[in-house]
Design a protein around this ligand. Structure first.
Ligand code: BES
Ligand code: ZN
Length: 635
């Protein structure tokens, strides 16, 4: 792809920086390094959006949002145009400042498959505000419109957004680059029986008129813009925490996340004050394509973490940790994605360690290491070894391609190796300082390396080479200095597995004290070769096929698919049609597609299930199962 807008930003890049809690200063020179974002048409060196005021009406009948995006901009003086990112938006008109009658000139550029179209608006040197009147398209990729049948309550429709990485532009015309931050206010009209929530200050009650007002005082990048509309209720969990869910899910959600306040406190103890005031969760319908999404003040979560035993709450620790790594210190471009996710996985495991102890967190780390080794092997095998580097090159590609375990787990293990090298005390002090000095700013990999060298390595008499930094970040595969993990709890699982392989009946294994993590380790490490009889024996002893734990089910189905274990077919089909979480769906469809009959079955299931999936899931799975039909509007 030819990149027309790939440019080094002039010294004026301060326009895209800011400092303090929501305070932005004009002479802030805090982002001195030139940053280019190959996934945005914006030219923040010329004109940058500082605040969004969004007036919107959500129409479930037409599955369309009609809105005005009023953008406060700052320009470097003589610029003639403001360039926004859009994708499939219908632009009705554009006006400047308070003059609603005089129409501004604008042009939508050619559509690029990943990036959408640049919206070029002619402005005057003194223009302070640009008002874009627009409608979302029928296939708006961030939006998932659900019919009542696709919700828990079956009575009301539902809408949620997923903006990361570059889908915000499909519902708001904006400078959609993680290096550009703005504050926002919004006024949203929804059907009166429904509640609207955004990544902002939120209501706890429905409004009779269906009009909701929002305010986000801290500057955020566009990928953290979020909206959910549905039949929702709120339950308070602590002074600063709570959960939103459909009424029939509220009680179990509140029970599952009862420890949220403790997590928040543990996080603050580790790495400094929480900067976003409240931290709430919303439990979405099962088609939500991710486990969780760290939308500021309100994490969006899949209902598949409602295991009934609080065993999958590390996901909440993960999204909470993003309130520092990601939402405060933000990857400057999607090539630096590992800075968001690697730090977050590290922080997540520290929160879990603080709450449940080292042996608990070590199980998570060991599962992560297994994932990492598999991912490195798979990518290498598929000729994509370049994607095993932490710093990615996503030029001409969808940033979604960079969402692999590399960013998460290789990132985690790099940071852990640094901790082990300098000791926890030094390391924690460094991380605390990193978050506070870089709060509300963006971070490139290069700047991170400089910061690390100055504030951690040099003071400890270490060089970049001594910690193999370049190897970790810029080279493929895994460095030799990979930390080793010993989990006694998993050693006991390994011992049980060995006994079973030697002939001890499954029902006589001592599994009494096992958490779902031990079970996951057990299932993952079952032998490659298994007879249907052995699968049946395991199933009879442990009831895997009827497990209510989504992680266990997904791991179990990998074996049942591989060995054609028919008793699990109906459960697999139910899982695939109900759950929209890409992390589960992709490996299962891939496994099915390994044989011709399997692929046929996969396609048959997929044809029925696809309407339940969000664009980010279906666009990935289409390729796996060879689905070719034109995308239906609204899905
Ligand atoms: N921010 C990510 C989700 C994401 C990444 C969306 C890239 C779009 C593009 C979120 O924090 C995340 O990592 N979710 C994980 C859960 C986590 C425990 C690893 C998920 O959804 O599985
Ligand atoms: Zn994450």
């Amino acid at each position: 792809m030819k990149l027309l807008h790939l440019r080094w930003l002039a010294p004026l890049l301060w326009l895209a920086g800011c400092s303090g809690t929501g305070e932005q200063t004009l002479n802030d020179t805090s982002t001195p390094t030139p940053v280019q974002d190959i996934h945005s048409y914006a030219r923040p060196d010329e004109a940058v959006v500082r605040h969004l005021d969004w007036e919107a009406t959500v129409d479930f009948d037409t599955r369309q949002i009609t809105a005005i995006a009023r953008l406060d901009i700052e320009t470097s003086g003589r610029v003639k145009e403001l360039i926004l990112d859009t994708k499939d938006l219908q632009i009705d008109k554009v006006t400047l400042d308070d003059n609603e009658t005089e129409l501004a000139t604008f042009a939508l550029g050619a559509n690029n498959q990943h990036m959408g179209s640049p919206l070029r608006i002619t402005i005057r040197p003194q223009t302070k505000r640009v008002n874009v009147h627009y409608k979302t398209g029928p296939g708006a990729e961030a939006l998932q419109w659900l019919s009542p049948e696709q919700t828990a309550g079956k009575q009301h429709p539902f809408l949620f957004t997923q903006s990361q990485a570059i889908l915000a532009r499909s519902w708001v015309p904006i400078q959609d680059s993680p290096g550009i931050r703005f504050t926002y206010t919004a006024s949203v009209q929804v059907p009166p029986q429904l509640m609207a929530l955004m990544s902002a200050e939120n209501p706890s009650q429905k409004s009779e008129s269906g009009v909701y007002k929002f305010r986000m005082n801290q500057p955020i990048p566009a990928y953290l813009l979020a909206l959910a509309v549905g039949d929702l209720e709120f339950a308070s969990l602590g002074a600063r925490t709570g959960v939103y869910a459909e009424p029939s899910m509220l009680k179990e959600s509140a029970w599952e996340f009862a420890e949220l306040d403790k997590m928040l406190e543990a996080a603050e103890q580790l790495y400094g004050p929480y900067q976003w005031e409240r931290y709430d969760l919303i439990v979405l319908p099962p088609s939500f394509p991710f486990g969780g999404m760290e939308n500021p003040r309100i994490t969006f979560a899949t209902p598949t973490i409602l295991a009934g035993d609080r065993s999958l709450t590390s996901l909440v620790a993960h999204e909470l940790a993003h309130s520092w790594s990601g939402n405060l210190v933000t990857n400057a471009t999607w090539n630096d994605f590992w800075l968001n996710e690697g730090f977050t996985v590290y922080f997540e495991r520290r929160i879990m360690e603080a709450l449940y102890g080292r042996d608990y967190a070590e199980m998570l780390a060991q599962l992560g290491q297994q994932d990492l080794r598999h991912t490195v092997a798979d990518l290498t095998e598929q000729g994509q070894a370049a994607d095993t580097r932490l710093h990615l090159n996503l030029e001409g590609r969808n940033p979604d391609d960079g969402v692999t375990d590399i960013a998460y787990e290789k990132g985690y293990f790099l940071l852990r190796s640094l901790e082990e090298r300098v000791g926890r005390q030094q390391w924690d002090a460094f991380v605390r300082r990193y978050f506070s000095e870089n709060a509300f700013k963006s971070m490139t990999t290069e700047r991170f390396i400089d910061y690390l060298t100055t504030h951690l390595l040099q003071p400890n008499g270490l060089s970049r080479e001594a910690v193999q930094l370049d190897q970790w970040i810029y080279e493929e595969g895994l460095p030799k200095a990979m930390p080793t993990i010993t989990s006694e709890r998993f050693q006991r699982v390994d011992a049980a597995l060995a006994r079973w392989k030697e002939g001890t009946p499954a029902s006589s294994l001592d599994t009494n004290q096992w958490s779902s993590h031990e079970w996951l380790h057990f299932i993952r490490n079952l032998p490659q070769e298994l007879s249907r009889q052995q699968l049946a024996e395991l199933d009879a002893a442990f009831g895997f096929t009827s497990s209510g734990n989504s992680e266990l089910l997904a791991a179990w189905f990998m074996h049942t698919i591989a060995h054609g274990y028919e008793p699990a077919y109906p459960a697999l089909e139910r899982f695939l049609t109900n759950v929209g979480r890409r992390k589960f769906l992709m490996p299962l469809y891939r496994k099915l597609a390994e044989t011709p009959e399997g692929k046929e079955r996969a396609l048959a299931i997929y044809r029925r299930a696809r309407t339940n999936y969000h664009f980010v899931s279906s666009s990935s799975i289409d390729k796996v199962v060879g689905y070719k039909e034109v995308r239906e509007p609204g899905n």
